[in-house]
Ligand binder design. Structure first.
Ligand code: F6R
Length: 364
């Protein structure tokens, strides 16, 4: 049931503070500020490499997790879209972990990737939302996302619950590998505990975003830029907008701008810059400067500190509270979803059932 919401997607976006809290409570010991995962059939300290395979939005969750595993656990990660991973016959290390991520647990390419990894002798871990699914049954260990049923075709709450689960896993890996001190683990867990409150603040940007959506609905193309973990968010923002509003959008690593996409900049195409005030903020600002110098329309998504430091004129600046860099992807997902949603509503498309798309892709 949609309750008071016009669409399932709206309902599911607004459920995020609650379902993410639920998922985090499952993986964290809040009182002691430590991670608390179910027993794993492998030892993180002895792993050589992680390979991640997934599709679409779940793949973007995996891309964010790559940054986390490398930073917090000093664990090398390779990641592919499952349709490539399953056929490219990648050699996998003797003590390797394969992670697949899927809302439905039935995506054909993701399932085939899991089976390939089994053949290659990997440990198999699945992050899945449907606990009775094929992928959940075939993995050695399942970390469930507790998003509840997701009806809207465009994934929202499943994505942020995947991120919550993967963040807990990366912190657990960091602890097991001796890459994080007790103090560091505590501060990361503390940051995660803050996420539901931050998500509520992000949802309160809805009115401003609705306003912005009126001009978005008139454009042909949108570019999304971000660095670090905001790069996968840029990809996710572009995917969400394409899926439900049918407006062409592309996500790019901000540093790639001058290697091609800068040629697209004109006074018509909005450029959404995702830039929390983190270690790469200044770098992203200089890319934003390049857009401004060519008369581009800038929509800046940042935090209080970032808004103070950004000296450029923008068409709109959406400001979130300052937060720990670990949790930014979970919180920044919300304005990105809202922007796609409100644009689609203005366009009058079928938000919950966009054309040509199916909720679960069980054929390749
Ligand atoms: C995007 C979307 C798709 C799915 C992808 C994977 O909004 O819904 O890109 O994320 O088809 O599906 P699952 O997670 O079920 O494997």
């Amino acid at each position: 049931e949609k309750g008071n919401f016009r669409h399932f997607m709206a309902k599911e976006m607004h459920e995020q503070p609650e379902v993410v809290a639920h998922t985090l409570a499952h993986y964290l010991d809040m009182a002691n500020e430590t991670v608390q995962l179910p027993e794993l059939p492998f030892d993180f300290a002895r792993l050589e490499r992680v390979s991640i395979a997934a599709c679409g939005t779940a793949y973007y969750a995996g891309l964010v997790a790559k940054y986390w595993f490398e930073r917090f656990a000093r664990l090398p990660v390779e990641i592919d879209v499952a349709s490539e991973f399953r056929y490219r016959e990648a050699p996998l290390p003797a003590n390797g972990l394969s992670i697949v991520i899927s809302q439905s647990g039935e995506t054909a390419d993701t399932l085939a990737s899991l089976r390939y990894a089994r053949q290659e002798g990997q440990h198999l871990l699945a992050v899945v939302n449907v606990p009775t699914s094929t992928i959940a049954r075939e993995a050695d260990v399942v970390l469930p996302t507790l998003a509840g049923p997701e009806i809207g075709v465009a994934s929202t709450k499943a994505f942020t619950c995947q991120l919550a689960t993967l963040a807990a896993l990366a912190v657990a890996a960091g602890r097991a590998r001796g890459a994080l001190s007790t103090e560091e683990e505590r501060s990361l867990v503390h940051a995660l505990v803050e996420v539901p409150r931050l998500m509520n603040e992000a949802l309160s940007l809805g009115g401003d975003i609705e306003h912005l959506a009126r001009s978005f609905a008139k454009t042909q193309d949108v570019l999304y830029l971000g660095r670090g973990t905001s790069f996968p968010l840029a990809l996710e923002g572009a995917l969400k907008l394409k899926e439900i509003s049918y407006i062409h959008a592309e996500g790019y690593a901000a540093g790639e701008l001058k290697h091609g996409p800068i040629a697209l900049i004109d006074e018509k195409m909005p450029v959404v810059v995702i830039a929390p005030h983190d270690a790469v903020f200044e770098k992203t600002m200089s890319n934003m400067q390049e857009v401004a110098a060519r008369g581009g329309r800038i929509i800046l998504l940042t935090d209080t500190s970032g808004a103070q430091k950004a000296s450029l004129e923008t068409e709109a600046t959406l400001v979130l509270p300052d937060m720990h860099p670990l949790v930014a992807p979970l919180v920044y997902a919300i304005p990105i979803q809202l922007l796609a949603y409100h644009t689609a509503v203005v366009m009058g498309t079928d938000v919950d059932q966009p054309r040509n798309l199916a909720k679960s892709v069980t054929v390749e």
